[in-house]
Ligand binder design. Structure first.
Ligand SMILES: Nc1ncnc2c1ncn2[C@@H]1O[C@H](COP(=O)(O)OP(=O)(O)O)[C@@H](O)[C@H]1O
Ligand SMILES: [Mg+2]
Length: 310
């Protein structure tokens, strides 16, 4: 169980709170995914939970242990791949994982065995002795993830591990994370909403340092008033059906309607009658995020656009 109470972080003399009184409790089982635009505070949260950074105020406990007061106790249990982590070019995947495990206190024999198993597990066995610099971006990420998974840590923090990966590598990663979460807790951040939808047992939505909503996908769905999403691409002449119970968003690409089942049915019928192209779906995490965070310009399938910095 991870519990945060009034967690606040102000960097230096900044007038802005990177985290602003964040309070939540999560089970610490399976996969927790923290989503939010760039700058919403995801990395700050990960750095505090993983004992790298002290909060300005508030408390954090992991299984009852206070993270700020007893960091050493927490460190034995956690492993982290920070957002900015890079492999060292002149090392091999095997050397990368092996040296990390030695640093964590494993014997040479056990470190070697664990490193080799983890690389094999992630399909990296045949590259174990290639130089990291010869590997693709996706494979380099796998090396970092294999390295932490080779450890004994039962809580693994991965800060945007899939940012910038191609769709196939990303899906391979999902498989790895699903397997990993069978016997470990994975705390993942991402700005890909479909990733959160595909992987998360629980989801937290962070915006401007505040936890806007937290829960299972099902409970997030229930927490908004609408259950259907209609999208009408621009570039068509159509008369906009009346929407009584719902929200309508206009963007450069589409008109987006969130509404209740009965109205969704009526609107669909009207649109179909006039030959208008549209799609209708039960609300997705993207719809929920869109509704809670708002602003068409904030969304283009991903949160925060294509920037893989921050
Ligand atoms: N080391 C730092 N010093 C000053 N401000 C920072 C630092 N790290 C992050 N911030 C600021 O804190 C806010 C949250 O950043 P961050 O936690 O990195 O968000 P995210 O990971 O969601 O992109 C942003 O406004 C960012 O500019
Ligand atoms: Mg970040």
């Amino acid at each position: 169980m991870i519990s945060c109470t009034g967690l606040t972080k102000v960097y230096g003399k900044s007038s802005r709170k990177a985290l602003d009184s964040v309070t939540f409790r999560i089970t610490g089982k399976g996969i927790f995914v923290l989503i939010g635009r760039n700058g919403s505070g995801k990395t700050t949260m990960v750095r505090i939970l993983s004992t790298e950074l002290e909060p300005t105020s508030g408390t954090v406990t992991i299984d009852g242990v206070n993270v700020v007061e007893n960091p050493a106790e927490i460190r034995n249990r956690i492993a982290i791949v920070p957002q900015e982590a890079r492999t060292i070019n002149w090392m091999t995947p095997m050397q990368t994982a092996f040296s990390y495990l030695l640093w964590r206190g494993f014997s040479r024999t056990e470190a070697k065995q664990r490193a080799s198993n983890a690389l094999e597990d992630l399909g990296m066995g045949k590259y174990a002795h290639s130089l990291n610099r010869t590997l693709s971006g996706g494979m380099k990420r796998k090396v970092l993830v294999a390295t932490v998974l080779a450890s004994e840590a039962d809580i693994v923090f991965l800060d945007e591990p899939t940012t910038g990966l191609d769709p196939i590598s990303r899906r391979e990663f999902w498989e790895i994370l699903r397997r990993t979460s069978a016997n470990r807790f994975v705390f993942l951040t991402t700005h890909y909403l479909e990733e959160a939808e595909a992987l998360a047992d629980e989801i937290g939505i962070l915006d401007v340092g505040r936890m806007v909503r937290i829960g299972t996908l099902q409970s997030l769905r229930k927490s908004i008033d609408f259950n259907f999403s209609l999208r009408i691409p621009v570039g068509q002449q159509f008369s906009m059906p009346r929407v009584e119970r719902g929200e309508v968003f206009h963007s450069k690409e589409e008109t987006h309607i969130l509404t209740v089942e009965e109205e969704a049915y009526n609107i669909s019928r009207e649109l179909a009658k006039s030959g208008t192209r549209f799609t209708i779906n039960p609300v997705s995490l993207e719809d929920i995020f869109f509704y809670l965070i708002g602003g068409a310009d904030n969304m283009a399938g991903t949160v925060g656009g294509e920037d893989d910095g921050c």
